[in-house]
Design a protein around this ligand. Structure first.
Ligand SMILES: [Zn+2]
Length: 315
């Protein structure tokens, strides 16, 4: 308002244009938000981690966002190939962008575990903030080749999109497992991690450091914090911890202190959602309004996410 009032009564068109540019510039400074890359760096410097939570629908997004806002911390929303297809690729991009710009809040969108260059490419084109190309169950050379193809594609696009890749198989699927799946859980070596990052040029690495995707009934996995630190020092890029569901608090805190900058949680959210939904339907068999039926599920997700974010952000 002051700028407008300060204008001389008979402002020339040139002066008016200069003032308009000045106003836009000032608004730009006020509204400038750090990029995901900058938030991840900041988390690393502070010794905390950004929480990454998956969604299949807008209810889960509300639960996660409510929790993040209560703690005022940045948050990453993830959609896997299946989740992305269910919710709609362009729809979720538009939704996150709208929240981020409207609320001026650091909420970002990640294309979680995309198993081919073709699907990762679609997420890059749609405007995700980061993308995970996961070729970890294939050979080292094939993993390098497809990951590099993805990195090159993002570079050529000119967009500021972070590419993450996984090295060392930690299993797949955010579900409940009786035992650790065969072939999963082989730890990533420091040498392989260093070679892989140099050969591909990725922005973030998800190494296998003890966790397994999903919830394991036969016992909780354990994070090798020493290995996390060695890999982080060797590769020089942020590390991401997958398969966080069900880990002990100290496994998270030790891993984060050792160099984990993002932690993924999915199975715990799915379980909270399902249990709250089941309970409500059992207790209220005549209720048919979706916004009433799903309210406890949103709150259950919010509670899980709130507790995890507190831990990851050392609050
Ligand atoms: Zn994962």
């Amino acid at each position: 308002m002051r700028i407008i009032r300060a204008l001389p009564r008979e402002a020339s068109p040139t002066r008016l244009i200069i003032h308009m540019f000045l106003l836009r510039y000032l608004c730009g400074i006020i509204l400038h938000m750090k990029t995901l890359r900058e938030y991840i760096k900041e988390a690393g410097d502070k010794g905390v981690a950004i929480g990454h939570f998956n969604i299949s629908n807008i209810e889960a997004l509300h639960g996660i966002y409510n929790a993040a806002k209560k703690l005022n911390v940045p948050v990453i929303i993830g959609v896997s190939e299946g989740e992305e297809e269910f919710i709609g690729r362009n729809e979720i991009v538009a939704l996150i962008k709208e929240i981020r710009e409207n609320d001026n809040y650091p909420i970002f969108l990640n294309a979680d575990h995309h198993y081919s260059f073709e699907t990762a490419k679609k997420s890059v084109d749609a405007g995700f903030d980061s993308v995970i190309i996961d070729i970890a169950d294939k050979s080292f050379d094939e993993n390098v080749q497809i990951t590099k193809e993805c990195v090159d594609y993002v570079k050529a696009s000119g967009k500021d999109i972070l590419v993450e890749a996984e090295l060392g198989y930690i299993g797949s699927g955010s579900n409940i497992k009786d035992t650790i799946p065969e072939g999963a859980g082989i730890l990533t070596t420091v040498e392989d991690a260093k070679k892989f990052v140099e050969m591909t040029g990725i922005g973030m690495l998800a190494p296998s450091v003890g966790s397994i995707h999903g919830l394991i009934k036969s016992g909780k996995p354990h994070i090798n914090a020493e290995l996390v630190k060695e890999i982080r020092d060797a590769v020089g890029i942020p590390l991401v911890l997958h398969g966080g569901s069900g880990l002990r608090d100290e496994d998270f805190t030790n891993g984060i202190k050792a160099g984990i900058s993002i932690v993924h949680i999915n199975t715990e959210i799915r379980l909270a959602y399902k249990e709250a939904l089941e309970k409500f339907l059992k207790e209220n068999p005549n209720e048919i309004a979706p916004y009433k039926i799903l309210k406890p599920a949103v709150e259950a997700i919010e509670e899980v996410v709130y507790n995890r974010l507190k831990l990851f952000n050392n609050i």
